[in-house]
Structure formats: C-alpha cells, structure tokens
Write a new protein. Structure first.
Length: 127
C-alpha cells in the first residue's frame, strides 16, 4: 500500500503561472553584459512605458521603484539569479532601469575605496 500524497494546489493569491526560466529569457543563458549580484537596480520608466512589456519585466520595474540589488530581485520574484541578470540587462538596454554597478570610482581604476573596505572589515570584526 502506498502512502497518500496530497496533490499540490495552486495558491489562490498567486497569478504567476509556472514558466520555465529559458522561456522567460528567450533561450538565452547569459546576459549581454555582466551584472554583479550586488549591483543596484532602479526603475527609470514611468508606469505608462511598462505597457506591452513582458510580465516579468513589468514585475521587475515595479519592484525597482525602490532600489533593489540583482540578488534581491531574484529572491523576491523566485527566479534563478542568471534569469534575473538577463531580464535586468534587457530592461537596461531598453532604458527602463538604471544599473549602479559596484566597484568604486573609475578615477581609481575601478577599485573600491580603501577606507570603505577598512570600515567593512572593522564592522565584521565587531560582530
């Protein structure tokens, strides 16, 4: 006799159907340019510009009215990090989001500020 397994029921409040990640990205596995997981994303589009966009793109833009990292977008939308990177890169190319990459001032060669690193290290030691 096999144990009874309840069939999974869709949650009533959710309206996002199961879509395979490769379908969301059109089969692409890499973004057009590299995005760090800690890169910050903010929406530059007004809501009227979101009409006609893919549902995933609309959700990312709505989330990013408050600045979010690529990792947060991935977690909040329950999508793989690679998919989030591709979708965010697509939105950036379309001019719907702004991406703020980490890495410090370009005048210093893209290296993070030493005083910032020292403050982070000091804070970690205090934990």
């Amino acid at each position: 006799m096999q144990p009874h397994r309840p069939s999974p029921e869709p949650s009533m409040g959710t309206h996002n159907p199961l879509v395979r990640p490769y379908a969301m990205t059109g089969g692409r596995t890499r973004p057009r340019y590299q995005l760090a997981i800690e890169a910050l994303v903010s929406t530059t589009a007004d809501p009227s510009q979101l009409q006609g966009q893919l549902p995933e793109h609309q959700r990312i833009c709505q989330l990013c009215f408050e600045i979010k990292s690529v990792a947060e977008i991935s977690a909040l939308l329950s999508i793989p990090l690679g998919v989030a990177r591709i979708l965010v890169a697509d939105l950036a190319e379309a001019g719907l989001v702004a991406i703020h990459q980490p890495g410090g001032d370009e005048a210093v060669g893209g290296q993070p500020d030493v005083t910032l690193l020292e403050r982070v290290l000091s804070g970690l030691r205090k934990l």
